[in-house]
Write a protein that binds this ligand. Structure first.
Ligand code: BT5
Length: 279
């Protein structure tokens, strides 16, 4: 049988996800939607209405899936994972807040590795790559409001994860065809999305728990998965300015250190930026 058709794409069901879930909180309340504009927007609204820590919203398709900095996330129906995790109980420390997107990317890469055996790596800050193409992305959004409109410690953080699972090359829009990939494209077979979603949530809870006890272990796991360090990169800075140089380290606050080319060039620590890996 053709491995691409061996597993008929099936709808995500809560029962199928739960069968693989080993978490205590994340995903124990799970809302599966047929369609929404953005699971992050839905999750923010639910969080403000009092949804509990660990609640997960996943959708078969998004009509306005969002990326960082106002960009869009291509979200075709029935093939991939689009999910958002509501976190209300994370410490309000700057270290947690700046590392959470990176920790989440570690969880995605580790779930991909465990489920497929493919060597997922990270591009700073939180792109998940297979063979230099983007297979997943993370968008963390914060709101300082609790159900009653008061500020809660650390507020609410939504961890939004998009992972291309079964989309085939021809189904990507032309502008993404050379930049994006999916597990199916890389592995030559389809994947069970329910098992993958559970594995992703299991990995996220494990990393958050470990971060609470031994933060530097998870930070080092990020560094070991991050393919940006040591690479030559081009950076698009705010205001459209560009810099070329070498990424030398991910620092304690999660920023990326870049040494610009040439003796006069600056050494920068980037908080948010788009980094392009150069050959
Ligand atoms: C991200 O943004 O990578 C974060 C994406 C997070 C999406 C999830 S889906 C569930 C949750 N709900 C939401 O509404 N969002 C989250 P960024 O680093 O800005 O990357 C966006 C860029 O990636 C786009 O400008 C495209 O170039 C590219 N892109 C868009 N869709 C893609 C896809 N499906 N696969 C790979 N690359 C894509």
């Amino acid at each position: 049988m053709d491995p691409m058709t061996a597993l008929t794409p099936s709808a995500l069901t809560a029962a199928a996800v739960r069968a693989h879930l080993t978490t205590h909180t994340i995903g124990r309340t799970l809302h599966l939607l047929e369609e929404t504009m953005s699971t992050n927007a839905t999750a923010l609204a639910l969080a403000q209405a009092g949804a509990e820590h660990g609640t997960v919203i996943a959708a078969e398709t998004q009509t306005a899936g969002r990326g960082r900095l106002g960009r869009r996330w291509f979200s075709p129906g029935g093939e991939n994972l689009y999910c958002s995790v509501i976190l209300t109980e994370i410490p309000a420390s700057p270290r947690w807040l700046s590392w959470l997107p990176l920790i989440s990317a570690v969880a995605v890469a580790s779930a991909v590795r465990m489920s497929s055996g493919l060597a997922a790596v990270l591009k700073w800050p939180n792109d998940v790559l297979l063979n230099d193409r983007k297979v997943g992305g993370v968008l963390c959004e914060r709101s300082g409001l609790s159900a009653k409109g008061g500020v809660v410690p650390g507020g609410v953080v939504i961890v939004g994860i998009g992972l291309n699972v079964n989309t085939l090359r021809a189904a990507f829009p032309e502008d993404l065809r050379d930049l994006a990939t999916s597990l199916a494209i890389e592995a030559g077979r389809r994947f069970d999305r329910a098992a993958l979603l559970a594995s992703l949530l299991n990995a996220l809870e494990a990393r958050c728990d470990l971060y609470a006890d031994r933060a530097s272990e998870v930070e080092d796991e990020y560094r070991s998965l991050c393919a940006t360090v040591g690479r030559r990169v081009r950076v698009e800075l705010a205001g459209g300015e560009r810099l070329e140089g070498r990424a030398t380290a991910v620092l304690e606050d999660g920023t990326l250190r870049i040494a610009g080319d040439g003796p006069e060039s600056p050494v920068l620590a980037l908080h948010t930026a788009d980094v392009i890996h150069l050959r």
